[in-house]
Design a protein around this ligand. Structure first.
Ligand code: 13P
Ligand code: 13P
Ligand code: MG
Ligand code: MG
Length: 370
């Protein structure tokens, strides 16, 4: 048993918005450099390998190690880097410096303290392709649609039909972010029930996908900052790890759902619906109306814990058409101005700054006589 667990590798993808320039558009290169240096120093000790990047204003730490999920040392390392980078951001007067760090003291795990976390522990296969997705200006439930397409829709993933190793289907673990409870749905037999929940992505979020024999296939971040902080502090800008090939969806099956422009919650002030645009690293900055919401994907092969790569997966003319369609949808939604459905529905707006405005008018409302 000991040998097996020694052989297991963990990928930790931990992110935070520690400040950006200008406004909420992108992480500063000096911050990326600092974070990368600090991770390099930890290689050979706490971690095996690392990679630092950003999408929009979110600093992304990718780490591999053999310490399992929720490891105190790994989380503390990430926390230290975020704190150092937030201090740097303050000294540069970057915007929203320290935005996602909700506490001063580390308490053993960064979960619940602001940063977003997706982790996955597995036994390395003969060849193990892994895709890391990182999004800005949206929320964790944004992955629901894409995960469903990858792992439960044979029109997206023919492997579900023709690969005997995938043919039995997958198990989706769904978290209820309001009630803090979880449930597992087996697919294909329970897809209608699964959809009944995950179609409401602001509340129900897919946390893990496993193959029916127990192999881990996908892991996401589920932190919702406003639910932790009790007030609007920026969107939750989620991350996701997906393993591919050899009994799991092929890399192309994992990427294919992003060729459709899907509307997600987030964008300006975390209060608007907008289309999610897949982009390469060079376009991983938010501009128009602080967006539109963006997603990047880095692909690696894992070799004894080393990250071989990355491949910049959406840096490809094959995604030009979806980007064009996203721009058209963005125009259409922007034309609504402050009206729904561009603006989020009222119950979602509860978690924004609108409540402060509403408070002012509470006393001016009069009852309408019968
Ligand atoms: P694997 O069965 O090796 O994952 O290959 C599937 C494939 O051909 C990808 O297009
Ligand atoms: P972030 O959640 O990415 O910091 O964006 C906040 C915002 O208000 C964008 O308009
Ligand atoms: Mg920000
Ligand atoms: Mg952000």
């Amino acid at each position: 048993m000991y040998c097996i667990s020694m052989a297991k590798i963990t990928i930790s993808l931990i992110k935070a918005d520690i400040g950006s320039f200008p406004g909420h558009s992108q992480t500063h290169p000096l911050i990326l450099e600092k974070a990368a240096k600090m991770l390099k120093e930890a290689e050979g000790g706490i971690i095996i390998d690392s990679f630092v990047t950003h999408v929009g204003d979110d600093l992304q730490l990718i780490m591999t190690h053999r310490r399992g999920e929720n490891d105190k040392e790994v989380h503390e390392l990430a926390w230290k880097i975020f704190r150092t980078c937030a201090d740097m951001a303050r000294s540069m007067k970057l915007y929203g410096a320290g935005q996602d760090l909700l506490s001063d003291a580390f308490s053993g795990n960064v979960k619940g303290m602001g940063p977003g976390v997706a982790e996955m522990e597995f036994e390395e296969r003969k060849s193990d392709p892994v895709l890391l997705f990182m999004a800005d200006k949206t929320e964790p439930g944004a992955w629901n649609y894409f995960l469903y397409k990858m792992f439960a829709d044979p029109f997206n993933s023919p492997g579900l039909v023709i690969d005997p190793q995938m043919h039995d289907g997958f198990v989706f673990e769904v978290h209820d972010l309001m009630e803090k409870r979880k449930i597992r749905f087996r697919t294909p037999e329970e897809i209608y029930s699964l959809l009944a929940y995950i179609g409401a992505p602001s509340r129900y979020v897919i946390k893990y996908v496993h193959r029916k024999d127990g192999i881990i296939a996908a892991s996401t971040s589920t932190q919702r900052l406003s639910l932790i902080a009790g007030r609007y502090v920026g969107k939750d800008d989620p991350v996701m790890i997906v393993r591919a090939q050899n009994g799991l969806p092929a890399v192309g099956e994992v990427l294919e759902p992003f060729a459709t422009p899907i509307i997600v919650a987030g964008w300006m002030r975390g209060s608007h619906h907008g289309p999610l645009m897949p982009v390469g690293l060079c376009d991983a900055k938010c501009t128009r109306f602080d967006g539109p919401p963006r997603v990047i994907c880095l692909g690696f092969q894992i070799n004894e814990g080393k990250l071989i790569g990355p491949g910049d997966m959406f840096d490809d003319p094959a995604y030009d058409r979806v980007r064009g369609r996203v721009n058209e949808l963005a125009d259409m939604l922007r034309a609504h101005g402050p009206f729904e459905p561009h603006r989020l529905s009222l119950d979602e707006m509860e978690y924004t700054t609108l409540t402060v405005v509403e408070k002012e008018y509470e006393k001016r409302w009069e009852p309408i006589p019968e």
